[in-house]
Design a protein around this ligand. Sequence first.
Ligand code: BTN
Length: 335
Amino acid sequence: MKADKSDILTCLRNSEDYVSGQQLCDRLGVSRTAVWKVINQLKEEGYQIESVPSRGYRLVESPADAYSESEIVSRLHTKWAGQRLVFFESTGSTNPDAKGFAEEGAPHGTTVVADRQTAGRGRRGRSWESPAGKSIYFTIVIRPSFAPDKASMITLVMALSVAEAIHEVTGLHTGIKWPNDIVVNGKKVVGILTEMSMTPEMNEIQFLVAGVGVNVNQEGAEAFPEELRKTATSLKMESGQSIDRAKLLARILERFEEDYDVFAQALTLSALKERYETRLVGRNAVVRVLDPAGEYTGISRGVTDTGELIVERETGETVLVYAGEVSVRGLYGYV
Ligand code: BTN
């Protein structure tokens, strides 16, 4: 039987000490030759693996910014998020890919990752610039057992998970621009596009896909299209360091799994709201609500348990702003 690269990399990564060839064979149920072949393959890909006769193998270092299915999977400690992971070097957009897999019955948590997208999609029909080797683009399939009116909260849950994972991995302070853009120093680093598929009777959710784009290692404003240069940035531009995409993606999936499970227990954001609000950009500050039915100004006071933005209008009236076609801006620019 063929040995699986992700399995071998996972065993090596999770072991503090050498792992003997025999241990790998026993754990994975494959022959010594199969193990040896995969170890050589990994070495050819740039993995530094020390082989010591009578002790076994030890992973010394991964190649810089290794980004592949096995690299991501070997870093994942989840029960369902990313447990089935499909990696493309290049694809049109991971959102339709994930929908396609979901339609074929892919389980909850199936994740599609791409190094590059040729037709990356943003919200409101915009495109999402998706060059190779720089960013994270992934979409996760969610199979909820709740009613469609709860679905919009998933995007807020994802925003919280991604914002905290970025903070943990890079040390950067991440803010959430309601409902789900993530900003660092006033500029956008993450966009989330959630789409829902309903049952033919249109009364239940068949599945949701949550697509996330993180600007990671772009080196300067020139990396972004002209019209985004004032409002977009990358984690590298803000931290001055190259960020390991596989490590960050694994951490995002781990956090999302935890947060989603908390949300799914209550079907409200009650247990996550406090964390979300500490990152909410413009809280207790004046915001302008760009409602197509009429723009207005007010003070943002936080979010409700179901994810609406609470805005105190100048008239004294408190209104709940529903995500969707409404945008909220600070008075001075994008945030
Ligand atoms: C936004 O406009 O802010 C949402 C951007 C969402 C981009 C991600 S990248 C992965 C997934 N695939 C896509 O084509 N879009 C989402």
